[in-house]
Design a protein around this ligand. Sequence first.
Ligand code: ARG
Length: 461
Amino acid sequence: QSAQLWGGRFASGPADGMAALSVSTHFDWQLAAYDIAGSRAHARVLHRAGLLSADELDRMLAALDVLAADVASGAFGPSPDDEDVHTALERGLLERAGRDLGGKLRAGRSRNDQIATLFRMWLRDAARRIAAGTIDVVDALLSQAKAHPGAVMPGRTHLQHAQPVLLAHHLLAHGQSLLRDVERLRDWDRRAAVSPYGSGALAGSSLGLDPAAVATDLGFDAPAENSIDGTASRDFAAEIAFCLAMLGVNLSRIAEEVIIWTTAEFGYARLDDAWATGSSIMPQKKNPDVAELARGKSGRLIGNLTGLLGTLKGMPLAYNRDLQEDKEPLFDSVAQLELLLPAMAGMLGTLTFDTDRMAELAPAGFTLATDIAEWLVRNGVPFRIAHEAAGECVRRAEAKGIGLEELSDAELAEVNPSLTPKVREVLTVEGSISSRDAYGGTAPARVAEQLDRLVGRLSPH
Ligand code: ARG
């Protein structure tokens, strides 16, 4: 017997090519458990509306329990004739509850309001898993920051040496962006916690069903305000696709640094063997594949977002079959991140930093020049003149092939009479770093406070 949900007005079944194009069970079967949860909630509101007797409700829920168990065990699955997850599960229900009782469940609902609801449910669970995985990456950064409280490195702008900073400060900068990714997912959830169930095909239900009861039953905060919007809108999907793409881009920026840091030229860090790969021809190779896959997958996550936006653009209200294209990009973004996040946490948590190498490079490239200028400002010299003087110190040191701290007292005084030997207190990496002690700065005490606040925001309440 055909499982089709809409045969009545058709003289023939779909052509093979029609069915092949239409079928979605190979990806929407992931929603099966959510569909059954929706069916339970729907059975209860049918009962409350007087459309199922108490006995029918009991038998319906029992049949749904058997179906859920069979789906979970793999005993029941979609057949090639099933158009989508809803069709397959209705067939499964009819087989278990009988055609008369099973055939009552579809009253007052449409696949249009079902799919919009189930997809939100699936995504809300996925968002919680992704947030947890992201927090594990932040934890890896935090443990490295805690393990290296005093380690210094050259801070960069334009990838050029700029000013020395604490390694912990730099790692926590990545922690901040990932924390915002977590918070963005939490914010998204408040908008996504709206249930379209009860919107029907688009116009709402005429059967006295209570969408608010279904919404509560399925863990939503509220039912959809507008049944047309409930079935037609997918901005919730595009928004989380952005959240996931942004997370991917942030991971990619960390990854790019790991790739650079582990080159021979930088030599800042070494990858743990467990989180690196070798070469089939070059025996010496140790490659940062985790980081490269992070960089590569970020492109895919961006593509999933832009592809979905392209699908939505220009689509009239309400439901159109185009909307079936919403699921695969999101399933893919979530699946990729579920692979990537644990690997990033593993790679970052096991990096070994060569803090001596970073300390040696921290003052290189005259990164203390700004400190000379600002020291002069604190001693009453206008910044324009101080900037010139510090620049001249750089020019002289560069010509001699020495560091700024190696300029003699006489030479400093020659550059500017205010440059007394006392300037040497900021001509060390440690002096420079501890002088940047305003809120958010790289001074050790400020970095320790940042770390505490970050931990607090990771686990609110
Ligand atoms: N499989 C469809 C989707 O993913 C839901 C079914 C709605 N189909 C329909 N012909 N109204 O959006």
